[in-house]
Design a protein around this ligand. Sequence first.
Ligand SMILES: *Cc1c(COP(=O)(O)O)cnc(C)c1O
Length: 340
Amino acid sequence: MFAVVKANGYGHGLTQAAQACLEAGATGLCVAILDEGLTLRAAGITVPILVLGITEPRWASLAAEQQISLTVGSLDWFRQAAELLTTAQAPILNVHLALDTGMGRIGFQEPAALKETVDYLNAHTEIFTFEGIFTHFATADEQDPTYFKQQCQRWQAFMAVLSTRPRYVHVSNTATSLWHDACNGNMIRYGVGIYGLNPSGGTIESPYQLEPALRLTTQLAFVKHLAAGMSVSYGATYTAKQDEWVGTLPIGYADGYPRRMQGFYVLVDGQKCEIIGRVCMDQMMVRLPHEYPVDTAVTLIGQDGEQTITMQAVADYAGTIHYEIATTLGMRVPRVYEDQ
Ligand SMILES: *Cc1c(COP(=O)(O)O)cnc(C)c1O
């Protein structure tokens, strides 16, 4: 199992997520770009690391030196990298071939092109090690299996041209590993499930309980009594109908809490408190049931007493998916890690 820790560990923290996954038994790590892999190596992590996106050939020798495996989707890439690797006298570069079976993003599109490239790799084993082959599914988190099955068939057609299998054969993201029999793979790329989030957003139930790893909390920075008729925030889109208590939170859309959350709620003292007025860049206001002292804890994502706000609920209200909420949490939000 390779834990996917790209995008700052889905917003949870790159090296912390990686360390937690390795302690829990992950065999390797997947990242999206080479920089993320280099950060993990600099943190002293020595397990296999695979970059899932395309890296420019000019970084091939750096990847080889750092023992970071790269994803490749064209023979042309190898020709360019081969020259540079030979000149730099770099160690052998580990590569995974991406197959485009229907995701339409990166990878070989025809079995013939794959065959030609594998033949090239077999003739250049002093430069490249053909370490893995993989594909990615576009609809593994959906009820209708039609498109998934088509991708499986294309995968089989690709695999038929291989005379030997590389060390890692992998097709599964979280959704595929939860809900589908993998196409004879021997490794999975487990991403969002690590963080306790259901990839379908809840439309398909997980075969086991997923427990969210993340809570987003803050505290009241300012508390005031607002007189009836007074308005709040940019555009004055909220006007108090009666006298009320208002709390200001020191968090806004620059921290990744979406601007469109006006009308949603946070939890204070186990109670739902409406977000009033527009969410600002760095602050937002909520209506309190009565006066609370400054520094009172506020939960934006997570549980407080009987109430829970899931990341999915925030995503639904914002018209997006929890992946986007998690990965766009701002860098200035301090991450605090708790032992389980
Ligand atoms: C991001 C990604 C994954 C992980 O996806 P999850 O849905 O988070 O499990 C796996 N494979 C590839 C190629 C990816 O880009």
